[in-house]
Design a binder for this molecule. Structure first.
Ligand code: ITT
Length: 192
């Protein structure tokens, strides 16, 4: 593999930090998307939205781009907030408070994170994969690491939230890490 420029098509600093860690073994020159770049996420699924973002950023920059559309689907809320996870409220704190309030009447705390990754060059999609992580919504936030809904998402069987884990552990078991496990062999096939 040569050193190829790859633009991280995201404005979310939490995701960008995780992308940099997950891609550190690959010989890409990682670039960030133009400051203030915005594209409307008009898809109905995580996969469609990841594709929209990767293609838009690749077309804008002229480089290959990787996008992530991700979110949390809560069983008792019929899958909400789902693809609307970032639009659910205006800050991480408010999103967490709103979710805990809406879930209060329900004993079922099951939830699932999903991460759809797309790599595109121009309008050509090179790779699409999705990763998942199942867990439970806690009754109050726990832990200081990570971003987004991490403080209220307890991974099944582990008894700790994403926000109580270090980067390495989330990388191994999280939805984004699981998507990257599928992405890696596809990248190798394409670039070797
Ligand atoms: P970009 O579209 O610019 O990448 P975004 O934050 O708007 O940034 P999404 O549309 O994919 O990204 O929304 C994902 C939201 O889901 C994100 O803002 C978080 O609230 C939540 N989320 C996704 N992955 C998460 C993770 O690993 N931990 C906690 N929350 C996460």
């Amino acid at each position: 593999m040569g050193n190829l420029p790859l633009v991280i098509a995201s404005g979310n600093q939490g995701k960008i930090r995780e992308f940099k860690k997950l891609l550190e073994d690959f010989p890409f020159d990682l670039l960030t998307q133009p400051v203030g770049f915005e594209i409307e996420e008009t898809g109905n699924t995580f996969v469609e939205n990841a594709r929209i973002k990767a293609i838009a950023v690749s077309q804008d920059t002229g480089n290959m781009a990787i996008a992530d559309d991700s979110g949390l689907s809560v069983e008792a809320l019929g899958g909400a907030p789902g693809i609307y996870s970032s639009r659910y409220a205006s800050s991480d704190k408010e999103r967490i408070q709103k979710l805990l309030a809406e879930l209060k009447p329900f004993p079922n705390r099951k939830a699932k994170f999903e991460c759809a990754l797309c790599i595109a060059i121009g309008e050509k999609v090179l790779i699409e994969v999705s990763g998942f992580c199942e867990g439970l919504i806690t009754f109050s936030p726990k832990g200081k690491n990570g971003f987004g809904y991490d403080p209220i998402f307890e991974v099944s069987g582990l008894g700790e939230t994403f926000a109580e884990m270090d980067h390495e552990k989330k990388k191994h078991i999280g939805h984004r890490g699981n998507a990257f496990k599928l992405l890696k062999p596809e990248l190798k096939k394409l670039f070797t």
